[in-house]
Design a protein around this ligand. Structure first.
Ligand SMILES: Cc1ncc(COP(=O)(O)O)c(C=O)c1O
Length: 474
């Protein structure tokens, strides 16, 4: 194989892919069932390698059938979009291929990660903070609970903790499932994560939190951890941090902010008031791979107090790796990973490229596009908003004439849109009602993209209604 030729042709393919992403007529996905994909792509590995032609063809096929998450009709997930400088940063990260554990093998990346942590701490208002890049928001939440457990049970790090004492954690009923996984991993038990009532827009009710803490104390348990979500996965709700912080202070409980989805809102001067009180939290999960559009994975766990990360770990006198010879502490001493991917560099390139102001504007734009989408829903007589929009999630449904089962209709609508490949949105249940959830996460979205989405949706409703009439007639 001629590697140089592959490189040149790959470059062309990247350019074509990016051009296609920017063309609104192109599909978000060419949907195929697994059996059809198996027909289109030979997934097995053979004794001898493929030819150059076959290798290049595999690249085409991979791109052809993958979801085009950079297409502006990809409104499905909490991440989306294509971030050019971050993409460049990622390519060169892979080229330089190193591991974050020591300054020795990652000098520049270590300095970059430290700089990013310090900048992000300054937004969080952690004046003596620290942090580490982790493998996703779920793991940042795990780190939050882990730090809280170690604060109240330092002996637990080496000896395990006394299982006769029941630790209890508190999250809103809208919180992400990763807290239960974290409690499971830490030996606390998923059932000891208590779900606190939220209000109509999905925000945790502080009075309900206090009541749950009292009840837990009465049962002889040890409340040790509260998570405030900024923003919740389905409704995009921001829990009232300040009020929750008052309660945590009163009971001496660790307060973690799960900003895995909406933490980047902190960059916006206009909207960051939704996170008022963030500087009072003990830790903060923030995912630049969501609203900052950095390629997955790019996720940060911040802590208010320096030393927490080192304190979390048992003795790391591992002299075969940490030699302590350079004038900087190796970041591996703060992480539960050994080998660790370089995720800070792509973020750094993106932040350098857009500047602080550029990112502020991107986040403001996301909110303004969400407001526009909400307005479109409110203005259309057959669209119904199912929850008050707080941030980047718009939850709604279509109400057709002569249809009694709205959940069935809207599920069909979502599925037929996905399979048409024109636009993709997700869905979830608010109580018993199925809601279509549109997410504005791509910093380059424009109002015209939202117009196109609703045109696609309305065209699809017409074709579904048409089909059901034909079925009825037949
Ligand atoms: C509120 C919230 N927390 C945590 C997570 C988990 O983040 P990750 O997918 O990076 O593990 C998500 C993911 O969507 C989320 O919405």
């Amino acid at each position: 194989m001629n590697d140089l030729n592959i490189l040149n042709q790959s470059f062309e393919k990247i350019k074509n892919y990016l051009d296609a992403n920017n063309n609104a007529d192109n599909q978000v996905i060419q949907f195929r069932q697994p059996a059809q994909l198996r027909e289109a792509i030979h997934f097995g590995i053979e004794e001898s390698g493929v030819t150059e032609f076959e290798f290049l063809d595999l690249i085409d096929k991979y791109l052809e059938y993958s979801v085009k998450t950079g297409n502006k009709q990809f409104l499905n997930q909490l991440y989306s979009g294509f971030n050019f400088p971050a993409f460049i940063g990622e390519i060169f990260t892979v080229l330089a291929n190193t591991s974050m554990y020591t300054y020795e093998v990652a000098p520049v990346a270590t300095m970059i990660e430290k700089e990013m942590i310090s900048l992000m701490n300054s937004y969080a208002g952690y004046t003596d903070g620290d942090g580490i890049f982790v493998t996703g928001g779920s793991n940042a939440n795990l780190m939050g609970m882990f730090s809280a457990r170690n604060r109240i049970f330092p002996d637990g790090r080496a000896h395990g903790y006394d299982r006769n004492l029941k630790l209890t954690a508190f999250v809103s009923e809208q919180a992400h499932y990763s807290f239960e996984t974290a409690a499971n991993v830490l030996g606390i038990g998923a059932k000891n994560v208590i779900k606190v009532k939220s209000d109509d827009s999905g925000r945790m009710t502080p009075e309900a939190l206090e009541m749950e803490i009292f009840k837990s104390l009465e049962r002889g348990e040890k409340p040790f951890f509260v998570a405030a979500t900024c923003a919740t996965t389905l409704l995009g709700a921001y829990d009232p941090i300040d009020k929750i912080a008052d309660i945590c202070k009163k009971f001496g409980i660790w307060l973690h902010a799960d900003g895995s989805f909406g933490g980047s809102l902190i960059l916006s001067e206009k909207y960051r008031n939704l996170m008022q009180g963030i500087e009072r939290t003990d830790s903060f999960a923030w995912n630049p791979h969501k609203l900052m559009n950095i390629p997955l994975v790019c996720s940060v766990f911040l802590v208010k107090k320096k030393g927490t990360l080192q304190y979390n770990l048992t003795d790391l006198s591992t002299d075969y790796i940490f030699h302590d010879i350079d004038e900087v502490e190796d970041l591996g001493k703060k992480s539960i990973q050994c080998g660790r991917r370089v995720d800070a560099v792509k973020l750094w390139f993106a932040w350098k490229y857009y500047g602080l102001e550029g990112y502020r504007q991107r986040i403001d734009n996301l909110m303004e596009i969400a407001i526009y989408a909400e307005k479109k829903v409110k203005e259309h007589p057959q669209l119904e908003l199912l929850s008050l929009r707080q941030s980047f999630a718009v939850c709604f449904r279509y109400i057709p004439e002569n249809q009694s089962d709205l959940n069935k209709f809207n599920l069909q609508l979502r599925e037929s849109m996905r399979k048409s490949g024109k636009s993709i949105v997700n869905y979830g249940y608010i109580g018993k009602e199925l809601a279509i959830r549109l997410i504005t996460a791509n910093g380059e979205l424009m109002k015209s993209d939202i117009d196109l989405f609703f045109n696609n949706l309305l065209t699809q409703t017409a074709s579904i209604a048409d089909k059901s009439e034909k079925n009825y007639a037949g």
